[in-house]
Design a protein around this ligand. Structure first.
Ligand code: ADP
Length: 273
């Protein structure tokens, strides 16, 4: 069972830089240092890695980690094919052989045995020992390990151990500043600058809420989704309810309160349009 995608990205995916993260990432790649990206869901981590892989001309292998993902899922396993046993590389091994950028999204979800293979890879040994075949694979200079996780989840059992964390150059992502987020939402969804502004002010209002027990708040991704529905002709309040409010909560009272907030924030913008 493998949840990986490998691709050479032809055009460079659009990424609006928040600070100097592109330079930092490029220098880390040149210095052969692994990178850890922390940040809430939907704030642009994946897009950033896609952008950088294309910019550096490297294939990107992405693995969405889950609680069943084991070291063998990453490294590879023997498979029976036509009566023969054949070795099949996993995404990690494949990424190393092709000098790709390997992106382990939500790495804290993976099973603990994965750290055993990641540790020698994430220090200056840059080595993968494939126990089952006896192969010792050295990472080529172009190979890079990138992991991400969301430290906002209040799940202490699922954080990275210091011994793992201290092998990575780390960068923290947050939601983009309002002017940048407006430009992103407009460019990604096709809404007008005024519509992008009201979506970003709605996100600001939702992100300031403290009296609802929301696990996560409105991400840039949700704003882009709402924007796409609006650009396609849907009424803005209906679009925000479907793309933002319903995505944030299953609790009927919370959904009603958030929907009221949507109406309150969008009404003046709608009246002004
Ligand atoms: P994450 O990996 O952090 O969950 P994504 O990278 O998938 O988030 O971002 C979600 C969506 O938000 C992207 O598909 C893109 O449309 C938009 N987005 C967020 N940040 C940026 C950015 N800085 N530049 C361009 N698009 C962005």
């Amino acid at each position: 069972m493998e949840h990986a995608s490998a691709r050479q990205i032809a055009a460079i995916p659009h990424y609006a830089e928040q600070g100097r993260e592109c330079t930092l990432f490029e220098q880390a790649w040149r210095q052969r240092l692994p990178v850890l990206i922390k940040g809430p869901t939907g704030c642009g981590k994946t897009r950033f890695v896609e952008h950088m892989a294309a910019r550096l001309g490297r294939p990107l292998v992405t693995v969405s980690c889950h609680d069943d993902l084991s070291a063998a899922d990453l490294v590879g396993r023997h498979l029976i094919a036509g009566g023969d046993t054949v070795w099949c590389d996993g995404p990690l091994t494949r990424a190393m052989r092709t000098g790709a950028i390997l992106y382990l999204d939500e790495v804290v979800e993976a099973r603990k045995d994965t750290t055993v293979v990641l540790h020698p890879l994430a220090d200056d040994r840059r080595l993968l020992s494939i126990e089952r075949t006896g192969e010792q694979l050295l990472a080529p200079p172009e190979f890079m390990l990138v992991v991400s996780y969301n430290p906002g989840y209040q799940n202490l059992l699922k954080s990275l151990k210091p011994s793992t964390r201290q092998r990575f150059v780390a960068m923290s992502f947050g939601y983009p500043a309002p002017a940048l987020e407006e430009a992103i939402v407009a460019a990604e969804s096709g809404v007008s600058p005024a519509e992008a502004r009201s979506l970003v002010s709605l996100a600001g209002a939702l992100r300031r809420l403290t009296d609802h027990d929301l696990e996560e708040t409105a991400s840039t991704r949700l704003l882009v989704m709402a924007g796409r529905l609006i650009a396609a002709g849907l009424d803005p309040a209906a679009a925000c309810r479907a793309a933002i409010v319903e995505a944030l909560s299953d609790d009927a009272e919370t959904v009603a309160a958030l929907a009221e907030l949507v109406d309150a924030v969008l009404a003046p913008a709608g009246a002004a349009r």
